[in-house]
Design a protein around this ligand. Structure first.
Ligand code: ZN
Ligand code: ZN
Length: 386
């Protein structure tokens, strides 16, 4: 089969202490410190065959993730921007859905013809983090499309335990392909769900929600806030196209933070109360933190989902006076993230379709990756049936 393979040269930065494990496995723990000069190209690779507990899927849709973009883009010295674990060469793509076409003998719950959405984080299931219910913190994690074969390919082999059926969404929509496109959004939305509801413990209906950054994670937070009964949702984003998507997905107020004082906008929108939950999905804590500090409602929670290597000063006194919390989270597995989002989608209770702003056929996957670098889309979707 022909797949989009990313490769790069293994060239650890001068100051980076390569571990023994990285040397032996060829898997960089912090890819941005090791891999430079990435190349994304079509390559002929063997068709996958299922292990005993695996199925083979014909891929139907795969969203372009910010992490894909971060592997595609480089800094001035040519190093990729993605700081997670990567082993190249690797078939890229991980936010995918597909149709089961082949079933290993030990597979129990899936059959040919089932449509499924896939988790992209392959936690080991055996280590202490996994066994105490922290699969997103598994130190042995393999990541689809980064260290394990990905989904910019016609087929993929996947373990049953990482797959969730989306047949019900197809039935409701009367379209398998629409279900597969929406299903491919579950992975990024599950990152928002994991932060807001699993790590931070959720918010009460009638709460005021504020979202900083309206990429897929921030947009997912808006959709989930609407579904869970937020009284108001205030969103901030610098890209005008994304502000429009934020409104379409349910934000009451969506503004460019450079043209206003976000904390004042939040106070105004909430009648002076402040935000009960603030989601940082901009990865720009240096700019957002000073505003978030001023916008906490009493007992408010900030959920930090963005990523930045930079330290950001925090006025801790605010946490005392407002009894506020700051919570971090990464990942999208465990905690009911996938099944609960799928239930909402199956019943039409999560407004997510406006997030897909560009659809390109599989043959144009390289163009889809290039398009993602302009950062104007809600989500660029590679649609295998176009
Ligand atoms: Zn992703
Ligand atoms: Zn583990």
């Amino acid at each position: 089969m022909n797949a989009v393979v990313m490769s790069a040269s293994w060239s650890p930065r001068a100051g980076y202490a390569l571990s023994e494990r990285e040397r032996i496995t060829g898997k960089a723990t912090m890819a941005s410190q090791v891999y430079r000069d990435p190349v994304f190209a079509w390559q002929s690779v063997p068709d996958p065959t299922p292990a005993r507990d695996e199925v083979v899927l014909a891929i139907r849709a795969c969203g372009v993730c910010g992490s894909d973009t971060h592997c595609y883009e480089t800094d001035r010295e040519g190093y990729i921007l993605f700081s997670g674990p990567v082993k190249m060469p690797c078939i890229c793509g991980h936010e995918y859905t597909g149709e089961v076409i082949e079933v290993g003998p030990d597979v129990r719950f899936l059959k040919r013809g089932d449509l499924v959405a896939a988790e992209g984080m392959l936690n080991c299931g055996v280590c202490e983090a996994c066994r105490i219910g922290r699969p997103n913190q598994c130190p042995h994690l393999e990541m689809v499309g980064f260290s394990a074969p990905g989904a910019y390919a016609p087929f993929i082999a996947a373990k049953e335990r990482f797959l969730w059926k989306i047949n019900g969404i197809a039935e409701r929509l009367g379209s398998a392909q629409r279900a597969c496109a929406i299903g491919a959004l579950v992975e990024p939305i599950a990152c928002s769900y994991n932060g807001m509801f699993v790590s931070a413990g959720g918010m009460l209906p009638g709460s005021h929600l504020a979202v900083f950054g309206c990429g897929p994670i921030g947009l997912g937070a808006i959709a989930l806030g609407r579904a869970s009964g937020a009284a108001t949702i205030t969103a901030f984003e610098t890209v005008p196209e994304r502000l429009a998507v934020a409104r379409a997905m349910g934000a009451d107020v969506a503004m460019d933070p450079r043209t206003c004082s976000p904390s004042e906008v939040i106070r105004e929108t909430t009648g002076g109360w402040g935000a009960d939950m603030l989601v940082e999905a901009a990865g720009a804590a240096l700019a957002t933190m000073p505003e978030i500090e001023k916008a906490f409602a009493p007992g408010g929670k900030m959920v930090y989902l963005g990523r930045t290597g930079l330290r950001a000063p925090v006025l801790l006194d605010v946490l005392v006076s407002q009894a506020a919390h700051i919570v971090g989270a990464r990942g999208h597995v465990g905690g009911g993230c996938f099944p609960n989002i799928l239930r909402l989608m199956e019943r039409g209770r999560l407004n997510v379709e406006p997030m897909i702003t560009t659809r390109l056929p599989f043959a144009q996957t390289l163009a889809a990756l290039a398009k993602s670098t302009d950062r104007t889309d809600g989500k660029v979707m590679v649609d295998f049936v176009l």
